[in-house]
Ligand binder design. Structure first.
Ligand code: CDT
Length: 321
């Protein structure tokens, strides 16, 4: 693997946000984000990572019959009027950032406007250098009135068609994924196969999992389990950033954390509110795993992994004999 030549250490801040209520304006959220940005600057951060759908409440918890009624939750430009101050302040401080938001695109060649759960990467000069559209969209597409709250992401967002990218930025190879993506090994491996050295992941995870409440007490365990495994198995840093706390009556997991390529958590949030978690991340640490136990070129066997891309659901093995 060839490495970029710039500094190999990134001081990164995981900027966890506490709840954003339905009535909270984007301007008030951006003000909170700028407060965290100033703290990040005083603690030497070069890159700050904000959660999924950072600018608004997690609106897929409500269903509307006409999706047009939900347009106000989406951004039609980035930066837009309410996010410009964040871009301006970050540029002034020379800090890059990653931000999750709901995107409503301009019409494409067929006149279709797309709705994506989007995450962007902005460099220290205020330029958007990477845009990612969430691939694994969880939850349901129709109204399920018996639930205590909806998780209608499959109604509000289409899955990103581009897959997982990795961008040369901040002196390294940076990838993005969003929330549910972190539970799927394919997300990490797609980026691992592009040499990723740091994956940025925002999330909103309700503690109550409606289809199977027995999983509720395991939410924190599963959160760290998947990100620690993904980091180790691909020799990459992972920065997981929550919107936590009780938002519109729904209790959401905090536990934002920064994970080393060894799989060890090196820093973790201890509140469920606005909190900055900082770590100094040596990207060369990735090589200890990428060049040894997880030397993909030497040890992987893609010729026997054909089901992974040819098949979606499980095809149960036939009975013996
Ligand atoms: N936002 C998001 O992707 N949340 C999911 C909740 C899954 S339950 C429908 C997550 O994986 O945390």
């Amino acid at each position: 693997m060839t490495s970029p030549t710039a500094s190999r250490t990134i001081v990164v801040g995981a900027a966890q946000l506490g709840p954003v209520q339905r009535e909270d304006s984007r301007e008030s959220v951006v003000a909170r984000m700028i407060t965290l940005l100033h703290e990040a600057s005083s603690r030497g951060c070069q890159l700050v990572v904000y959660p999924e759908l950072a600018l608004t409440t997690f609106f897929p918890r409500w269903f509307v019959d006409d999706i047009g009624e939900a347009d106000h939750w989406y951004e039609t430009s980035m930066p837009g009027p309410s996010t410009q101050p964040l871009f301006d302040e970050a540029k002034k401080l020379g800090i890059g950032f990653s931000l999750g938001y709901a995107e409503l695109t301009d019409p494409d060649a067929r006149g279709t406007r797309h709705r994506y759960n989007t995450q962007i990467l902005v460099d220290g000069h205020g330029s958007i250098v990477g845009r990612y559209h969430k691939v694994h969209i969880p939850g349901h597409a129709g109204h399920e009135p018996d639930r205590p709250f909806q998780h209608a992401e499959r109604y509000y967002f289409e899955p990103g068609p581009e897959g997982f990218g990795v961008w040369r930025s901040f002196g390294g190879l940076i990838g993005m994924m969003t929330c549910n993506d972190r539970r799927w090994p394919e997300s990490y491996r797609e980026m691992g196969l592009q040499g990723v050295e740091m994956i940025l992941c925002g999330y909103n995870t309700p503690i109550h999992y409606v289809p199977d409440p027995s999983q509720d007490i395991l939410q924190g365990f599963h959160n760290s389990l998947v990100m620690q495994a993904g980091a180790y198995q691909n020799g990459t840093w992972v920065v997981g950033v929550a919107k936590g706390g009780v938002e519109e009556g729904v209790d959401s997991l905090g536990q934002s954390c920064i994970i080393a390529p060894s799989g060890q958590i090196v820093a973790q949030a201890y509140t469920t509110g606005d909190e900055l978690v900082v770590a100094s991340c040596d990207l060369d640490w990735c090589k200890r795993y990428k060049d040894t136990l997880f030397d993909f070129d030497k040890y992987r066997r893609p010729e026997v992994y054909t089901r992974i891309t040819s098949q979606r659901g499980a095809v149960i093995a036939p009975e013996n004999g």
